[in-house]
Design a binder for this molecule. Sequence first.
Ligand code: NAD
Ligand code: UFG
Length: 335
Amino acid sequence: MSILITGGAGFIGSHAAVELLKDGYEIVVLDNLSNSKIESVNRVKELTGTEFPFFDIDLLDIQSLDEIFLKEKITAVMHFAGLKAVGESVELPLLYYNNNVTGTLNLIEVMKKYDVKNLVFSSSATVYGNPNQVPISESFPLSATNPYGKTKLMIEEILQDLYVSDDSWRISILRYFNPVGAHESGRIGENPLGTPNNLMPYITQVAIGNREELQVFGDDYNTEDGTGVRDYIHVVDLVKGHIKALSYLEENEGIETFNLGTGTGYSVLDLVNNFKEVSKKDIPYKVVDKRPGDIGICYADTEKAEKLLGWQAEKTLLQMCQDSWKWQVENPEGY
Ligand code: NAD
Ligand code: UFG
């Protein structure tokens, strides 16, 4: 009776593995290691003192996927596997559509074959496009401006259609805001390959001296200090939301969508200042042009997750900075 974690060697999947094991679940992890290292899986085993099966397979390889379901007693799936770099998705749209959409189609095809119909899916706040107001609630209109975001929207629609065709599926679509932080042990964390696209790993690399200065993308947004505002959420809070969603599926039929955020927005400079306080390092920065496609303000209305899942993020921005920094200091080259 195991939970299959696709993309379980990645940033969020590895943290989900730890929390699931901690809560007494058995797990099976699948990852093609295209954006991760096997070392993260070893660290999860070391941290939890637990062995579990790991399969180095690609979701595009439906035969191997089928063999996992044949071999393991899987009762539900947390589906994290996917490519996630917005800029890369503009350059390589076919790679993104194939990997994310076809990969998910293969997964649900095999789940259907083995009558495993409980699914938690990683979506993104990117599906809200450029919202007219904040906080953003689940009923806001959806749109996407890049292939990555479109894959998330397409998969959400595929899952809705799947449920219409067969209402014995139980599906949670989780729209993440901005996951940051790391496990408090400093043993697992975010391991971007190459130049980080996201703000927090960029800041930690500046602080440790791997990069000269942060580029702040624009300071004339309609926000308090002019820099972009986001809803940063600690990765451990985020994965606890997944476990609540999993329990919810076990007790409730249907397909539901939830925002996973804290409900509070912080600017780029808020993050820089909190990080400085925690690390006691200077973070030199330069304001440059806005990044194409960026929006000014994005934060979640978290009421639905609070009411239906009984879940709320708990960790503060300072804790997020503390844990990201510990991970960076103890793993200066990543895994
Ligand atoms: P990640 O890249 O660290 O983890 C994803 C994992 O999936 C990687 O280990 C990668 O090797 C694996 N993978 C990719 N394609 C695969 C395939 N075809 N077969 C098998 N394995 C495959 O990313 P993450 O930050 O942990 O994100 C997890 C999920 O959450 C993704 O679906 C992502 O789109 C979504 N998400 C992430 C964020 C974020 O800011 N981190 C925000 C919103 C949504
Ligand atoms: N930023 C900088 N400099 C950097 C990186 C980012 O100033 O070097 C700014 C951005 O302009 C933005 C904020 O920091 O205002 C956060 O940027 P991130 O790239 O960390 O996060 P985004 O909100 O742009 O995007 C993230 C994920 C996307 C996902 C989106 C919505 O990377 O995949 O959240 O969930 F789609």
